[in-house]
Design a protein around this ligand. Sequence first.
Ligand SMILES: [Zn+2]
Length: 169
Amino acid sequence: MTFPTRKVRISELFPPEQPEPDRCSPLVPIKVRIRNWQARLGRLPSKDNLIKRGIAIGDDRCYLCHESSETGDHIFLSCRKANEVRRAINIWWNLLPTHARTMEEFFNDLGRDDQPAASRNFKEIIGQAYIWAMWNGRNEAIFNNKSFDSLRTANAIQSFAFGSGVAIG
Ligand SMILES: [Zn+2]
């Protein structure tokens, strides 16, 4: 006896959602904002989320460091590779949160309004680019078998920030 099977697309399990428009800089492209909003809510298809949905994925190791279990918070906040990227970025601009333990804390820190609007905007762009670049680097490691390079990722974030047209300082 055989059972009918249906292929389920990852995008069906993790449908994109609209970001809160008033909390995102208009200088950040919409696709980046949607992806990052999913990261904030813990809804990206990281290994822990796939396991929760009963999808077999082999081991649960992080694709970047191969040391810890892959969760959304790990990829962006506690992974050794994530720390390397943040350290490189913070040598240029000391703007990325380093003590956030959850994505909610990370985004809350980005949106703190105790700084001038110009540097707040720039900080948010750097933060959004960071999340985007880390997730892309992780996917490149999985799907294109590219080893994750922290400095290359930091350089990509820097290029994105310069291309945003926001004055620094
Ligand atoms: Zn890791």
